[in-house]
Design a protein around this ligand. Structure first.
Ligand SMILES: Cc1cc2nc3c(=O)[nH]c(=O)nc-3n(C[C@H](O)[C@H](O)[C@H](O)COP(=O)(O)O)c2cc1C
Length: 303
């Protein structure tokens, strides 16, 4: 299955596993790469030393290309970028923040740069700055989101951009994959469906909670303060939403999200932590390997 993305990254299928803070390590990334997609080590929630170790580990686990996701709001992002420049993974994706100051530095040493954008204005800026491809992530995605759906992003961005566009947000089965490819995307980035894979180190309670959840369980917290984060309804989310839409000052929300991500994903407390996951929940019904997930996505489409 050839697209400009498979040629750019030298991968078999145009499928990237999205970087996920604290839970996309070398084991997950290499499993996706070995299955013909491109895995990503998520640096979010980790320091530069961890990133260096995980890149080394991924090189032991796969000979295929993989990437690193850099969260540009991280305080130690410069140290992480230094490590990435030393270790030279095939590609880098950037989340949350302005990637433009870093694109040329990485490109000069041969690292493929793929920023994540949430509208056409951002897409045009990263293209002008020399990005090799971009991920357009719709608000169906898990985690921090913009304001447009994946379908409107495909409609708005693809005709106006020359570099390959990778669609993200709500793609969890072959129908979603085919839909965005039909709209002109040259690949997909998937987070949530890989989150419940065997190889993902997320706590088992999180995977089981996602499997039992359906579309009506998806909520967005932080909209009123401009920090929209999609996840699952639970005790924490209900309490947060009750406060967010009460008469309380916005200040009352400050600090409420601190630590709740790790409480769910690392400690397994799926009631008092926040389980960030995308909206296409009804098809996430079982834990399977990354290879099985990719096989299902591409079955019958090889030609
Ligand atoms: C639990 C979780 C954590 C995430 N963490 C990050 C992150 O650290 N950096 C980033 O750029 N995107 C992050 N994302 C977004 C994913 O990389 C990907 O774009 C998104 O999951 C795609 O939509 P989907 O969840 O519907 O598959 C995260 C998503 C999830 C579900």
């Amino acid at each position: 299955m050839q697209t400009r993305l498979t040629k750019l990254l030298k991968i078999k299928y145009p499928i990237i596993q999205g970087g996920m803070a604290a839970i996309s390590d070398a084991a997950l990334a290499s499993a996706v790469s070995n299955a013909g997609g491109a895995g990503i080590i998520g640096s979010g929630g980790h320091d530069a030393k961890w990133v260096k170790e995980q890149i080394a580990l991924a090189r032991q686990l796969t000979e295929q290309p993989f990437g690193v996701n850099i969260v540009l709001t991280a305080e130690d992002k410069d140290e992480i970028i230094d490590v990435v420049c030393e270790e030279k993974p095939t590609f880098v994706t950037f989340g949350a923040g302005n990637p433009i100051p870093y694109i040329q530095r990485l490109k000069k040493i041969g690292i493929i740069t793929i920023p994540v954008v949430a509208n056409l204005k951002q897409a045009k800026k990263v293209e002008a700055a020399g990005a090799d491809a971009l991920v357009a992530e719709g608000m169906e995605a898990g985690g921090h989101i913009g304001g447009q759906t994946t379908m409107s992003l495909m409609t708005n961005i693809i005709p106006n951009i020359q570099i390959p566009v990778i669609a993200a947000g709500g793609i969890a089965d072959q129908r979603g994959f085919k839909a965005v490819m039909a709209m002109g995307a040259e690949g997909v980035q998937i987070g949530s469906a890989f989150l419940i894979s065997e190889e993902c180190p997320a706590h088992i309670n999180v995977k089981l909670k996602i499997i039992e959840s359906t579309d009506m369980d998806s909520v967005v917290l932080g909209h009123t303060i401009g920090h929209d984060a999609r996840g699952l309804r639970n005790k924490f989310a209900d309490d947060y939403l009750a406060l967010e839409y009460s008469d309380a000052q916005r200040e009352a929300l400050k600090g409420k999200m601190k630590g709740v991500y790790n409480k769910a994903f690392v400690d397994g407390d799926v009631e008092n932590g926040y389980v960030e996951v995308g909206q296409s929940l009804n098809v996430m019904t079982e834990i399977s390997s990354c290879e099985q997930i990719i096989c299902k996505l591409v079955k019958g489409l090889e030609s």
